[in-house]
Design a protein around this ligand. Sequence first.
Ligand code: URC
Length: 324
Amino acid sequence: MGKERFVSYGKGDVFAYRTFLKPLVGVKQIPESHFTERSNIVFGVNVKVEVGGKKLLPSFTEGDNRLVVATDSMKNFIQRHLGSYQGSTIEGFIQYVGEEFLKKYEHVDTIKLIGEEVPFETSTRLSVNGLVESDVVFKHSRNEKAVAQIEMVRTQSGVEVVEQNSGILDLQLIKVRGNSFIGFIRDEYTTLPEDNNRPLFIYLNIGWEYEDLENSTGVVPNLYVCAEQVKDIASSVFHELETPSIQYLIYLIGCRVLERFPQLKEVNFQSQNHTWDSVVEDIPNSEGKVYTEPRPPYGFQRFSVTKEDLQQNKEYADTNNLFK
Ligand SMILES: O=c1[nH]c(=O)c2[nH]c(=O)[nH]c2[nH]1
């Protein structure tokens, strides 16, 4: 038997904004973060949907559109379901859309949804008590954003989730001192000098997977992992560590995330090195320097950290008195 042919189609950049979605309150507090809740006064999401199934084959091979749900209708389906969604998270929303879509269109066997946050930050306003957060004006943010993905298949008994993950995209952090990169292989190809004090600028995508799928939706807020908190863990660990490399930094960030959130089974990383190039090394009476953008190309790392890593790292930390 040959491999079954892969058939799918869908819609990208389905933007949907909901005002006054149910707030996410009651999340666990962690020492690395001030974050307490998401007001969800503005909830923005950019969804990509992809559906598949054997019955869609004739639409490709015969031009038979009888079982084609127009991708335009998929867009409407997603947007209208944001109006009826009762929860508070992107994960919960895309799971709801997936379940309802497979219920509505019985000839569709699989659905994959990616939801990227369209982030809005709070802004301040002047009140009689001084500066306070506005509850009506928000600032469109071009910084990092939360993301979630779910993949579901129809089975004989119902619908099964075959993959779920959450994450944060495009987190960009600069640490101005306390970073080295030394001790790497020096041979006939090496031109990079050893550096005891580099301005380390990193781009991070961080993903995480739950032990138990149920916890990913935020229905039990205390067991939901907020991207805002993972971001704060990343910057906190970056601050604490005299970084010998990005490789070791992301490993320790992963261990800390797993320590704070035992409901996760894995944390994974895609990092990029965008360390600035030096232009002015010595400024009189100043610790400062002048830098510019690095020349291409850029370096990158991919790594996943699991519970076993956390255990090993704990033993190491205990014997070396780290994180005290
Ligand atoms: O943190 C780093 N890891 C590397 O593997 C590497 N390679 C390189 O040229 N610079 C860096 N920095």
